[in-house]
Design a binder for this molecule. Structure first.
Ligand SMILES: C[S@@+](CC[C@H](N)C(=O)[O-])C[C@H]1O[C@@H](n2cnc3c(N)ncnc32)[C@H](O)[C@@H]1O
Length: 235
């Protein structure tokens, strides 16, 4: 399928799949969308509400590593907030380095972290690599349906292509896999606000909130795997 690099409304670039008329990010602003959906309502929300101590680490699963934009923003937040983050990015079709070089995330987000952005892409797949002293990355080349990890993540960034072009990725079967992958009280955030998506999440056990969306979208979703109260919680 033919892929183009296009510029979105906030000046940041993304990849477009011409045949599907689908982009890796919102055409209303790639960086703005990533910051709003995954940082503000994902990582920052989780860190503010769930972290008893800053020495604890946060595990994140990204559904669709793609350009590495979400990983890059997360790495920078980890440093700002002094958080230790273990990040797993799953991706079946890794983006080519020639495409990555045409994106303008370093100049728009942080020149200071140029080497770290490159490292995110240069590190080998299928092994955990230390990108900075508080950000570990493991890129896994596989299909989302083949994720078998259970009870391991605090946050899932669910950033698959839209249900219009990949409806099979927004089903109860896939959200069951996500529910299992999360730890109790873990959250999943996504840019989608479709009723059918919300209902599929609820059907597998998630508690779902509708939140204001990024520019160009009225709403987005945050789903939580509500934890059971254990004996140690009430002691
Ligand atoms: C919306 S884009 C991801 C954007 C990415 N988070 C970023 O910031 O660049 C969706 C990604 O999912 C990948 N993908 C599509 N179908 C997949 C599947 N069934 N399993 C794994 N990856 C898939 C695509 O190759 C693409 O990189």
């Amino acid at each position: 399928m033919k892929r183009n690099i296009i510029t979105t409304s906030d000046g940041s670039k993304t990849i477009q799949i011409e045949e599907w008329n689908e982009q890796y990010h919102s055409i209303h602003g790639a960086i703005q969308e990533a910051n709003h959906v995954f940082m503000k309502h994902g990582l920052l929300f989780y860190a503010e509400t769930n972290l008893p101590s800053k020495t604890e680490s946060i595990s994140i699963l990204e559904i669709g590593f793609g350009t590495g934009l979400n990983a890059f923003l997360t790495l920078i937040e980890a440093e700002k907030l002094k958080l230790n983050i273990n990040y797993v990015g799953v991706e079946a079709y890794p983006v080519q380095l020639e495409e990555i070089k045409q994106l303008n995330y370093i100049e728009l987000i942080s020149k200071e972290h140029e080497a770290n952005f490159e490292k995110l892409h240069d590190t080998p797949w299928e092994e955990s690599s230390e990108i900075t002293s508080n950000f570990q990355l493991e890129k896994q080349e596989k299909f989302f349906k083949d994720i078998t990890t259970e009870n391991a993540f605090n946050i899932i960034y669910f950033d698959a292509f839209g249900a219009r072009v990949q409806p099979d990725l927004w089903t109860e079967d896939i959200f069951k896999i996500m529910f299992k992958a999360l730890k109790p009280n873990g959250i999943l955030v996504t840019y989608s606000a479709k009723g059918s998506v919300r209902r599929a999440m609820q059907a597998v056990g998630f508690t779902v909130e509708r939140l204001p969306g990024p520019p160009g979208k009225r709403e987005m979703l945050r789903a939580q795997k509500k934890g059971l109260v254990t004996f140690s919680d009430i002691q």
